[in-house]
Ligand binder design. Structure first.
Ligand code: ADP
Ligand code: MG
Length: 467
């Protein structure tokens, strides 16, 4: 299965899980489905993986029909769902292991399973290196990520971990560069001292390995993996939330490495305080070193990332097209990159000149999704209600902060969520000039970085409007 297919399968599984959880309650859900994962899907047949035989049998017997019914509701093409035992571990693309120049441990040399939950670009089996382009040099630094960047560099450059910076815990939303920074640390450490033993793996991979080790009664081998590591990096640790046994093991591994003064780097979508279903001792451990967040991107950062990436493209991309993309695609950097690639590929393959119209055309599905037909009226109503001011203040000339700030938020959202131009937006806000709108957009971009409550307001409103 390719990346797209896998993403789609996971998205469907998430929806099925939501329904299941509603029906059977949190507790039963966690017991039976907490560690069940989608394996693959082919010709209407979906395969799930259960961590143990017992769970597999129980889920098939007691929940099989419901899982199928829900899945069918989510995707009518699905005609059967089968629950299998999770296949044995292998080297996955989401693990990068740099060991001393001795053969890699046995467990990394097994062949890929047929239906392995491998994630990545596919292709080579066995050992895989970090993503070559995820280096510090290729990381564009701006306000939202400068602290995380500095922290990552610092970790990569130091000789001995400083207790107050161990672990380094990087958190931020999806697609904002966490994995990129971790791989960059990997490259930098190995460049400085190729003998350093760095182990990078996703939390998912940690959990899968652990479950398999338990099942095959081979926890010794599992522990061995971590024993000689100098630097341990675990990506997306939010994944271990709610997985008790794995959490305990992680805690244990973590402590023993810290005791040996080994550096640990973690990434997560959430700060330690917001992780759910996690033991207190674990939470405080995770946050006990240096916690660095990556804020959602600003227009300036997006533009400079696009400029950097466009420089490497084979066809020139005009500045106004980059600006257009930076404005319209604000969800995350991954989508932004994808959009640029699509535009460039079109320009190249079809020999079409790259213009804003062309980009609009090529990306219409993406942009439509981003716009989701939110109207200025809706935005004004929502924002007014949120800040408890009169709707009329949206177009009034009053400049008091209590109404001016909400108005700026609304203008910002109008720019983000609709296809209207700055002058068009200005018109809807009491006939204001387009420079006023531009100022509002910049102001809110800035405040989103410096003022967490504005950032939260904006995110919440955006979600409500798009939902
Ligand atoms: P996360 O792990 O936070 O979900 P990734 O590290 O996978 O995000 O980043 C998604 C994509 O965006 C990657 O291709 C990455 O190279 C790119 N990216 C993110 N932030 C930056 C940045 N500041 N400069 C350059 N590329 C970036
Ligand atoms: Mg990541």
């Amino acid at each position: 299965m390719d990346d797209e297919g896998r993403k789609e399968l996971e998205a469907q599984w998430t929806r099925v899980c939501d329904r299941l959880r509603k029906e059977i309650g949190d507790k039963a859900f966690k017991t039976w489905f907490g560690e069940v994962e989608p394996g693959e899907s082919k010709a209407g047949k979906v395969r799930l993986y259960a961590p143990t035989r017992f769970v597999r049998d129980w889920v098939s017997r007691h929940y099989g029909d419901r899982v199928l019914a829900y899945w069918h509701a989510v995707n009518p093409d699905v005609s059967s769902v089968e629950v299998n035992l999770v296949p044995p571990p292998t080297v996955k693309r989401n693990e990068i292991i740099a060991m001393p120049p001795v053969p890699a441990p046995q467990s990394f040399q097994q062949p890929m399973p047929k239906f392995g939950p491998a994630i990545g670009r596919g292709g080579d089996e066995g050992f895989s290196g970090p993503e070559a382009r995820y280096t510090f040099a290729n990381f564009v630094v701006g306000k939202p990520n400068e602290f995380a960047y500095a922290a990552a560099r610092n970790i990569a450059e130091q000789d001995k971990p400083l207790p107050e910076r161990n672990p380094l815990y990087i958190f931020g939303g999806v697609g904002l560069g966490k994995t990129h920074l971790m791989h960059a640390i990997w490259h930098a450490i190995r460049e400085r001292d190729p003998k350093t033993r760095v182990l990078y793996l996703t939390a998912e991979s940690f959990v899968n390995r652990f479950i398999t080790a338990l099942r095959t009664k081979n926890t010794g081998q599992f522990k061995e993996l971590f024993r000689n590591v100098d630097v341990l990096m675990v990506d997306d640790v939010q994944f271990i939330c709610g997985k008790e046994a794995s959490q305990d093991e992680f805690f244990f591994t973590f402590n023993s490495l810290v005791e040996q003064n080994k550096q640990i780097v973690l990434s997560s979508e959430k700060p330690p305080s917001e992780l759910q279903d996690i033991e207190e001792r674990m939470r405080s451990r995770l946050g006990s070193g240096l916690v660095a967040d990556i804020h959602s991107s600003t227009y300036e950062l997006r533009l400079s990332i696009l400029q950097t990436k466009a420089e490497g493209a084979r066809v020139p991309v005009p500045t106004n097209v980059l600006e257009f993309l930076a404005h319209k695609i604000s969800t995350n950097i991954r989508e932004l990159e994808g959009a640029l690639n699509r535009v460039v590929a079109h320009g190249q393959l079809i020999g079409r000149e790259i213009t804003v119209e062309m980009a609009q055309d090529v990306l219409h599905d993406l942009l439509r999704q981003a716009d989701r037909k939110v109207t200025v009226d809706e935005i004004q109503q929502r924002v007014a209600a949120h800040y408890n001011i009169k709707l009329a203040e949206m177009s009034s000339p009053r400049r008091a902060r209590s109404v001016a700030r909400p108005r700026q938020v609304a203008m910002y959202l109008a720019k983000q969520l609709t296809t209207l131009s700055l002058p068009q937006i200005g018109k809807r806000f009491g006939n204001r000039d387009h420079t006023t709108v531009m100022h509002a957009v910049r102001k809110i971009e800035e405040l989103k970085v410096s003022d967490i409550s504005i950032a939260e307001d904006v995110e919440l409103l955006k979600r409500q409007l798009q939902g």
